[in-house]
Design a protein around this ligand. Sequence first.
Ligand code: FES
Length: 183
Amino acid sequence: MQHLKFINSKKNKILSKVAYSLIDKELNKYPPNHKKSAVIASLIIAQKENGFISPEIEKEIGDYLEMPPIAVHEIATFYNMFELTPKARFKIVVCTNLPCALRNSKHAITILKNRLGIDVGEKTEDGLFSLHEGECFGACADAPVMLVNNHKMLSWMNEQSIDAMIRELSSSKSNVITNKDNL
Ligand code: FES
Protein backbone atom coordinates (compact mmCIF):
# COMPACT_ATOMS: atom_id res chain seq x y z
CA MET A 1 0.00 0.00 0.00
CA GLN A 2 3.06 2.28 0.05
CA HIS A 3 2.29 3.22 -3.52
CA LEU A 4 -1.14 4.78 -2.96
CA LYS A 5 0.16 7.93 -1.35
CA PHE A 6 2.80 8.27 -4.08
CA ILE A 7 0.35 7.69 -6.91
CA ASN A 8 -2.10 10.16 -5.46
CA SER A 9 0.64 12.72 -4.91
CA LYS A 10 1.04 13.44 -8.61
CA LYS A 11 -1.17 13.07 -11.61
CA ASN A 12 -0.30 11.38 -14.89
CA LYS A 13 1.67 8.48 -13.52
CA ILE A 14 2.89 6.21 -16.29
CA LEU A 15 2.98 3.02 -14.26
CA SER A 16 -0.26 1.53 -12.99
CA LYS A 17 -1.35 0.80 -9.44
CA VAL A 18 -0.78 -2.87 -10.20
CA ALA A 19 2.82 -2.12 -11.16
CA TYR A 20 3.32 -0.13 -7.97
CA SER A 21 1.84 -2.86 -5.84
CA LEU A 22 4.34 -5.30 -7.42
CA ILE A 23 7.16 -2.85 -6.75
CA ASP A 24 5.96 -2.62 -3.14
CA LYS A 25 6.31 -6.39 -2.85
CA GLU A 26 9.94 -6.04 -3.95
CA LEU A 27 10.50 -3.17 -1.52
CA ASN A 28 9.26 -5.31 1.32
CA LYS A 29 12.30 -7.57 0.83
CA TYR A 30 14.66 -4.77 1.91
CA PRO A 31 15.05 -2.43 4.88
CA PRO A 32 13.14 0.86 4.40
CA ASN A 33 16.38 2.82 3.99
CA HIS A 34 17.54 0.55 1.14
CA LYS A 35 14.79 1.23 -1.37
CA LYS A 36 17.27 1.44 -4.21
CA SER A 37 17.97 -2.28 -3.79
CA ALA A 38 14.66 -2.83 -5.58
CA VAL A 39 15.63 -0.82 -8.65
CA ILE A 40 16.32 -3.74 -11.01
CA ALA A 41 13.11 -5.51 -10.01
CA SER A 42 11.23 -2.22 -10.43
CA LEU A 43 12.67 -1.72 -13.92
CA ILE A 44 11.67 -5.27 -14.85
CA ILE A 45 8.12 -4.61 -13.66
CA ALA A 46 8.03 -1.30 -15.54
CA GLN A 47 9.31 -2.85 -18.74
CA LYS A 48 6.80 -5.66 -18.53
CA GLU A 49 4.01 -3.16 -18.29
CA ASN A 50 5.24 -0.43 -20.61
CA GLY A 51 7.35 -2.41 -23.08
CA PHE A 52 10.43 -0.23 -22.62
CA ILE A 53 12.08 2.10 -20.12
CA SER A 54 11.54 5.73 -21.07
CA PRO A 55 13.24 8.70 -19.35
CA GLU A 56 9.87 9.46 -17.76
CA ILE A 57 9.74 5.98 -16.25
CA GLU A 58 13.32 6.30 -15.01
CA LYS A 59 12.28 9.49 -13.25
CA GLU A 60 9.12 7.95 -11.85
CA ILE A 61 11.02 4.97 -10.46
CA GLY A 62 13.74 7.28 -9.17
CA ASP A 63 11.14 9.37 -7.35
CA TYR A 64 9.54 6.28 -5.86
CA LEU A 65 12.79 4.67 -4.75
CA GLU A 66 14.29 8.01 -3.71
CA MET A 67 17.11 7.78 -6.23
CA PRO A 68 18.32 10.36 -8.76
CA PRO A 69 16.94 9.53 -12.23
CA ILE A 70 20.52 9.37 -13.55
CA ALA A 71 21.25 6.49 -11.14
CA VAL A 72 18.21 4.64 -12.46
CA HIS A 73 19.36 5.42 -15.99
CA GLU A 74 22.79 3.97 -15.28
CA ILE A 75 21.19 0.67 -14.22
CA ALA A 76 18.82 0.64 -17.20
CA THR A 77 21.68 1.18 -19.63
CA PHE A 78 24.07 -1.27 -17.96
CA TYR A 79 21.89 -4.36 -18.38
CA ASN A 80 21.02 -5.22 -21.96
CA MET A 81 17.75 -6.85 -20.90
CA PHE A 82 16.32 -3.35 -20.59
CA GLU A 83 14.95 -1.67 -23.70
CA LEU A 84 15.23 2.10 -23.84
CA THR A 85 13.13 2.57 -26.97
CA PRO A 86 9.88 0.97 -28.11
CA LYS A 87 10.51 -2.54 -29.33
CA ALA A 88 8.55 -5.26 -30.99
CA ARG A 89 5.85 -6.80 -28.86
CA PHE A 90 7.70 -10.10 -28.87
CA LYS A 91 11.48 -9.92 -28.74
CA ILE A 92 12.95 -13.26 -29.78
CA VAL A 93 16.55 -13.91 -28.77
CA VAL A 94 18.27 -17.08 -30.00
CA CYS A 95 21.35 -18.29 -28.14
CA THR A 96 24.27 -18.68 -30.53
CA ASN A 97 26.97 -19.79 -28.11
CA LEU A 98 28.79 -23.03 -28.81
CA PRO A 99 26.49 -25.65 -27.19
CA CYS A 100 23.46 -24.15 -28.93
CA ALA A 101 25.39 -23.61 -32.15
CA LEU A 102 26.36 -27.29 -32.14
CA ARG A 103 22.66 -28.14 -31.86
CA ASN A 104 21.64 -26.03 -34.87
CA SER A 105 20.75 -22.67 -33.37
CA LYS A 106 21.95 -21.04 -36.61
CA HIS A 107 19.42 -23.14 -38.46
CA ALA A 108 16.74 -22.02 -36.00
CA ILE A 109 17.67 -18.42 -36.79
CA THR A 110 17.40 -19.13 -40.51
CA ILE A 111 13.92 -20.57 -40.00
CA LEU A 112 12.89 -17.54 -37.96
CA LYS A 113 14.32 -15.15 -40.56
CA ASN A 114 12.37 -16.91 -43.31
CA ARG A 115 9.12 -17.10 -41.38
CA LEU A 116 9.22 -13.53 -40.11
CA GLY A 117 10.77 -11.99 -43.22
CA ILE A 118 13.35 -10.06 -41.21
CA ASP A 119 17.05 -10.25 -40.49
CA VAL A 120 18.72 -10.42 -37.10
CA GLY A 121 18.40 -7.04 -35.38
CA GLU A 122 15.22 -6.12 -37.26
CA LYS A 123 11.55 -6.07 -36.38
CA THR A 124 8.55 -7.00 -38.45
CA GLU A 125 6.56 -4.20 -40.08
CA ASP A 126 3.58 -4.84 -37.82
CA GLY A 127 5.83 -4.41 -34.79
CA LEU A 128 4.98 -7.88 -33.53
CA PHE A 129 8.37 -9.60 -33.61
CA SER A 130 12.02 -8.69 -33.47
CA LEU A 131 14.87 -11.15 -33.85
CA HIS A 132 18.20 -11.12 -32.02
CA GLU A 133 21.19 -13.29 -31.27
CA GLY A 134 22.12 -13.75 -27.62
CA GLU A 135 24.65 -15.25 -25.26
CA CYS A 136 24.31 -18.41 -23.18
CA PHE A 137 21.11 -18.48 -21.09
CA GLY A 138 22.50 -21.16 -18.80
CA ALA A 139 20.26 -23.84 -20.26
CA CYS A 140 22.76 -25.53 -22.58
CA ALA A 141 21.31 -28.99 -21.91
CA ASP A 142 18.13 -27.76 -23.62
CA ALA A 143 19.95 -26.49 -26.70
CA PRO A 144 19.04 -24.95 -28.98
CA VAL A 145 17.34 -22.40 -26.76
CA MET A 146 15.64 -19.06 -27.25
CA LEU A 147 14.04 -16.44 -25.05
CA VAL A 148 10.88 -14.46 -25.69
CA ASN A 149 10.74 -11.04 -24.05
CA ASN A 150 13.73 -11.87 -21.84
CA HIS A 151 11.51 -14.11 -19.81
CA LYS A 152 9.94 -17.10 -21.45
CA MET A 153 12.46 -19.77 -22.43
CA LEU A 154 11.84 -22.21 -25.25
CA SER A 155 13.95 -25.35 -25.35
CA TRP A 156 14.96 -27.86 -28.03
CA MET A 157 13.76 -25.61 -30.84
CA ASN A 158 13.03 -27.20 -34.16
CA GLU A 159 11.00 -26.22 -37.18
CA GLN A 160 7.74 -27.50 -35.72
CA SER A 161 8.13 -25.83 -32.33
CA ILE A 162 9.21 -22.56 -33.94
CA ASP A 163 6.14 -22.57 -36.19
CA ALA A 164 3.90 -23.38 -33.23
CA MET A 165 5.41 -20.55 -31.22
CA ILE A 166 4.94 -18.02 -34.03
CA ARG A 167 1.32 -19.15 -34.44
CA GLU A 168 0.66 -18.86 -30.72
CA LEU A 169 2.24 -15.43 -30.34
CA SER A 170 0.66 -14.08 -33.54
CA SER A 171 -2.80 -14.98 -32.30
CA SER A 172 -2.19 -13.65 -28.80
CA LYS A 173 -4.52 -10.75 -28.07
CA SER A 174 -2.45 -9.48 -25.19
CA ASN A 175 1.17 -9.61 -24.22
CA VAL A 176 0.56 -13.00 -22.69
CA ILE A 177 4.17 -14.01 -22.48
CA THR A 178 5.11 -11.12 -20.27
CA ASN A 179 2.00 -10.51 -18.21
CA LYS A 180 0.93 -13.92 -17.05
CA ASP A 181 4.24 -15.06 -15.61
CA ASN A 182 5.10 -14.43 -12.01
CA LEU A 183 8.00 -12.16 -11.23
S1 FES B 1 25.00 -22.15 -25.00
FE1 FES B 1 22.92 -21.78 -25.42
S2 FES B 1 21.99 -21.86 -23.46
FE2 FES B 1 24.07 -22.18 -23.06
